[in-house]
Design a protein around this ligand. Structure first.
Ligand SMILES: Cc1cc2nc3c(=O)[nH]c(=O)nc-3n(C[C@H](O)[C@H](O)[C@H](O)COP(=O)(O)OP(=O)(O)OC[C@H]3O[C@@H](n4cnc5c(N)ncnc54)[C@H](O)[C@@H]3O)c2cc1C
Ligand SMILES: *[C@@H]1O[C@H](CO)[C@@H](O)[C@H](O)[C@H]1NC(C)=O
Ligand SMILES: *[C@@H]1O[C@H](CO)[C@@H](O)[C@H](O)[C@H]1NC(C)=O
Ligand SMILES: *[C@@H]1O[C@H](CO)[C@@H](O)[C@H](O)[C@H]1NC(C)=O
Ligand SMILES: *[C@@H]1O[C@H](CO)[C@@H](O)[C@H](O)[C@H]1NC(C)=O
Ligand SMILES: *[C@@H]1O[C@H](CO)[C@@H](O)[C@H](O)[C@H]1NC(C)=O
Length: 534
């Protein structure tokens, strides 16, 4: 109320708004956590766990969860609608009995999130003339991947120059470019995961990323279709340390300016309010950091800007349809329908949700496209996208079998001002040190989120672990040094994160250690992780 009144006043008295803003006394706190996605909430929980209760969390949206976001969908009364996930959908890599567990899996179990394991071999293949069996082409990619994976291990351990994943595939003798069916498999195996092409992805770190989650935790992918939404786990964890109307949680508050010094950080919001903190933890996505939506004062140093502008923000778009439930045209034995278009990436994958183990009876079905196609469809009307996809489906299933949908929707992640894309991806040639600069603090301004994770970038577990680590780190600083509960690795630098003002050459094996954000091995087994090596 008071805020609304204040905003109204500012709007009326625009001439005096400058004066009002400058006279507005900043709220004081020890730590300002910027963003209430999984990283921000986990960072605040870590502060709380380490006896720092004087913090505020500032969030653009009216609710917490960030890119973990769902909505009700379906052409029916609200009670009969279905929850669909606009952002993340899978717990990727769960855990084995005696191995480490994905922290997101631990929380998915804690909150009993309903889901179904994805079966990536449950695929039916199609082309422009309908169903056609090219399942065997999956093996060619698998074979090439086995080579590229080992090769990436050599690049890492022998300090060789990185290259694009495309170059890695080519070197493995895999060249599907002129074959739409092989390209469809390649898209399904690579782009579907990284949301960008092999051409613009790092060979070394795509493999690191895959190894860390799939070999480090498990190869299971748990597809969440929880009626309360995937972000139930984030809301649940938040409620362990925040009260329902906790004054430390500032929702619907848009940060526009972050001013930092060695003594503290001042955050200015678009409603004119401000917060002055001893430390801040910024969890905004790389897409937001690359945009001009938030200004830094002074401008971020060049080494930091290079890291931000070099890391990539990919887009992953799910396009939801609801068909009349009595006119289902797909075979409910399959989880994935692959479509080979001569134009690589043009509606290559469909996932029916009206399946026995998912949302039976819902009539819901979704397509996925990534970055380049995402940008294209974000720039056109819903109607246009809908008719493009219906044309594809009618090629696949026959004109007469595909009815008009009764509902349709897709999010435009690239245009969303608080996300500016879906998740990050590692470009070819960026070294570990180059990425460490993305993680590194600048004075008392710290950075955490999905993208600052060297091994889990793009995943919820990346956001979780980076939020936890940074929260603990900042708690240590607030508490005046190394505290008793400090769980950080022994021998690790205290105070500032490592940073590299000048980046040269490549990364020697000794440099793969916690001081560069490298916490676990990306190799399968058998090596000593304590030493800070890979
Ligand atoms: C379509 C899609 C599919 C995905 N699929 C998966 C998957 O299957 N499995 C998986 O593990 N991960 C997946 N991910 C990635 C996962 O969602 C992210 O890694 C994770 O949610 C990121 O959390 P975060 O806290 O780092 O960032 P965010 O969730 O982006 O949190 C940052 C917060 O900062 C806020 N913010 C931004 N700008 C401002 C501002 N100016 N002022 C105030 N607040 C601001 C935002 O509103 C947001 O709440 C997917 C993501 C998308 C979008
Ligand atoms: C905080 O402590 C609680 C209770 O021990 C634990 O469940 C949670 O995982 C901790 N959170 C972090 C981020 O360490
Ligand atoms: C990934 O794991 C495979 C199998 O364990 C291994 O051969 C390879 O070296 C690993 N690559 C990296 C970059 O860790
Ligand atoms: C950002 O905030 C600082 C300190 O409050 C102020 O000096 C600076 O002018 C602001 N910059 C912008 C672009 O608002
Ligand atoms: C669906 O697929 C299964 C498994 O391949 C097959 O046995 C069944 O006949 C198919 N059903 C229809 C209606 O085509
Ligand atoms: C909902 O369904 C009705 C009847 O099938 C249809 O007329 C209407 O256009 C649908 N609404 C949307 C948003 O598609």
């Amino acid at each position: 109320m008071v805020k609304a009144l204040f905003q109204a006043l500012l709007a009326c008295l625009s001439v005096q708004s400058m004066l009002a803003a400058s006279e507005y006394a900043c709220t004081r706190t020890k730590v300002a956590v910027l963003g209430a996605g999984v990283a921000g909430i986990t960072a605040a929980q870590a502060l709380s766990n380490n006896s720092v209760s004087d913090f505020v969390i500032i969030e653009y949206n009216a609710e917490i969860g960030g890119r973990c976001r769902w909505m009700k969908f379906g052409n029916d009364s609200e009670a009969n609608q279905y929850t669909v996930e606009l952002g993340d959908n899978w717990v990727q890599g769960t855990g084995t009995e005696d191995g480490p567990e994905n922290p997101i899996w631990t929380l998915a179990k804690k909150y009993n999130l309903i889901g179904t394991y994805s079966d990536f071999s449950s695929v039916q293949t199609y082309g422009e003339n309908g169903q056609v069996d090219y399942l065997a082409k999956a093996d060619d990619f698998e074979e090439a991947y086995a080579y590229v994976e080992q090769d990436a291990g050599i690049i890492l351990s022998e300090n060789l120059q990185d290259r694009s994943f495309r170059a890695g595939l080519n070197l493995a003798g895999y060249k599907p470019t002129l074959d739409p069916e092989a390209s469809a498999w390649e898209w399904f195996s690579f782009d579907f995961e990284f949301a960008q092409t092999p051409d613009v992805s790092s060979q070394e770190f795509a493999v690191v990323n895959n190894n860390a989650s799939l070999y480090g935790f498990s190869e299971d992918n748990y597809f969440v279709h929880e009626p309360r939404g995937f972000n139930t786990f984030i809301r649940g964890e938040a409620s362990t340390f925040l009260t329902p109307s906790d004054p430390r949680l500032l929702l619907s508050t848009i940060v526009t300016n972050i001013s930092y010094t060695p003594e503290g950080v001042t955050i200015t919001n678009d409603d004119g309010s401000c917060i002055s903190a001893d430390y801040a933890i910024c969890t905004f996505s790389v897409g937001v950091l690359q945009s001009d939506l938030v200004t830094f004062d002074p401008p971020l140093p060049q080494w930091k800007r290079i890291a931000i502008e070099t890391f990539q923000m990919a887009i992953y778009t799910k396009i939801f349809f609801q068909f009349p439930p009595d006119r289902i045209f797909w075979n409910s034995s399959y989880q994935y329908l692959l479509y080979a278009s001569p134009q690589r990436g043009y509606y290559p994958i469909f996932q029916p949700l009206d399946l026995p183990d998912f949302l039976p009876g819902s009539g819901i079905f979704f397509a996925t496209v990534v970055t380049d196609q995402s940008r294209r469809i974000e720039a056109q009307s819903d109607e246009r996208t809908k008719s493009e996809i219906l044309a594809v489906l009618r090629q696949m299933f026959g004109d007469e079998n595909v009815p008009d949908p009764i509902d349709f929707m897709y999010p435009r992640w690239g245009q969303t001002p608080w996300a500016r894309g879906s998740y990050s991806n590692w470009p070819p040639g960026l070294t570990l040190e180059g990425h460490q600069n993305l993680r590194a603090n600048v004075d008392r301004l710290w950075f955490a989120g999905e993208a600052t994770s060297q091994q889990y970038f793009g995943y919820l577990q990346g956001g979780y672990l980076e939020g936890k680590g940074t929260g603990e780190r900042v708690a240590t600083l607030v508490n005046g040094g190394l505290g008793e509960g400090d769980t950080r690795v022994e021998g690790e630098v205290q105070g500032d994160e490592a940073r590299y003002e000048v980046l040269k050459g490549t990364t020697t094996i000794e440099e793969y250690g916690p001081f560069n954000g490298w916490y676990v091995s990306s190799f399968q087994e058998g090596e000593d992780e304590e030493e800070g090596g890979f």
